[in-house]
Design a protein around this ligand. Structure first.
Ligand code: NAD
Ligand code: LMR
Length: 311
């Protein structure tokens, strides 16, 4: 099984490393436009593989799309990350052109691949990849909700002082500081509703921390995060390659689901060998639906800018 990762920066290289370490794919190609960076990171990962006796092969290339031929999954991590104080939406100008050109180059050489878009602003870049590629909607998956849900679980575990693996929780909506919708009503600790364990103020605190999770890390690191993102991408890749049919919130093109159309936004999806195999429609209550609608409205505003850039 072959995975290509386009953009060998912090997130792309970490994702390749996790995929290799967990032996999710036997062949991983890292590609970047900067001379030598992908080759160097691939060599470093291979030397780490040598320490642990891992046989997944990681190759690094500069601009050589021919090496990505017939990939089963292509991960798009190319693009500029935000700096402290910025929003993800501010990246739209430069990242749209990058995502468009990467899709053009990668899809002709891997006609059967499923694409995972990571570049920010995530929901709008997923729409850009979908619109400019002409691929079917099941083959273009935006990774945002998988990471946001991981952060939600982390902050819940901190608040209730219980292990992360005992917590189940999901974030839907946009992958933006103000557009995320952490579903507190559905979060649980081993089946016990979290709403029975935390008072309203504590719940609000966890929601705020989750929504600002990316911004908090960007402030601490001076650039955006990579360990959580790399792992969250690898989880989506694994569900596709092994047809695990995991329920993962992903940004996908909606045509009527959740009352929305012609937009990519985070919703729970069954992810398997066909990519997005099913969109699961949760019964949102009035307040959740209002927040989801506001999230979609805000993404549409950014999508308006996208249409201006693309025309
Ligand atoms: N969706 C998410 O959950 C999530 C999480 C983290 C980061 N991100 C986004 O992912 C992107 C990458 O973040 P990062 O921290 O790895 O940034 P980075 O700067 O470390 O790496 C980006 C890499 O992309 C490369 N690149 C630029 N243009 C390219 C092109 N046309 N073809 C191939 N490679 C190209 C750069 O040379 C660089 O190596 C950013 O847009 C960031 O906001 C999204
Ligand atoms: O916060 C960012 O800009 C990067 C990414 O979207 C994240 O959530 O870590």
């Amino acid at each position: 099984m072959k995975v290509s990762v386009i953009g060998a920066g912090n997130v792309g290289a970490t994702c390749a490393d996790v995929i290799a370490q967990r032996q999710i794919a036997n062949e991983i190609v890292l590609l970047d436009i900067l001379e030598g960076i992908a080759e160097g990171k691939a060599m470093d990962i291979m030397q780490k593989n040598s320490v642990f006796g891992i046989d997944s092969v990681v190759k690094g290339v500069t601009k050589q799309y021919s090496k990505t031929v017939n990939s089963d999954v292509v991960v798009v991590t190319s693009g500029i990350p935000r700096k402290p104080g910025m929003t993800r939406e501010e990246l739209i100008g430069i990242n749209t052109g990058i995502v468009k050109s990467v899709m053009e180059n990668a899809m002709t050489i891997s006609p059967n691949a499923i694409f995972i878009i990571v570049t920010n602003p995530l929901d709008t870049m997923t729409l850009a990849a979908f619109m400019t590629s002409g691929l079917s909607k099941n083959k273009v998956i935006g990774m945002g909700g998988a990471l946001d849900s991981a952060r939600f679980k982390y902050f819940l575990s901190q608040q209730i002082q219980k292990p992360i693996s005992d917590i189940d929780a999901m974030v839907i909506g946009g992958h933006g500081d103000t557009t995320m919708l952490p579903l507190m009503r559905m979060a649980s600790y081993r089946g016990i509703p979290i709403t029975e364990l935390l008072n309203e103020a504590e719940q609000t605190e966890v929601i705020d921390k989750t929504m600002n999770g990316g911004a908090t890390l960007t402030k601490l690191l001076g650039t955006s995060a990579w360990y959580g993102p790399g792992a969250a991408i690898a989880n989506v890749v694994e569900s596709i390659l092994y047809d695990r049919k995991k329920l993962i919130p992903c940004s996908v093109f909606l045509q009527g689901e959740y009352g929305e159309e012609n937009i990519c936004i985070g919703v729970p999806c069954i992810i398997g060998k066909e990519g997005v195999e099913k969109i699961v429609e949760l019964k949102l209550n009035k307040s959740e639906k209002e927040k989801f609608d506001l999230s979609a409205k805000s993404i549409r505003e950014t999508n308006g800018e996208l249409r201006n850039i693309l025309t």
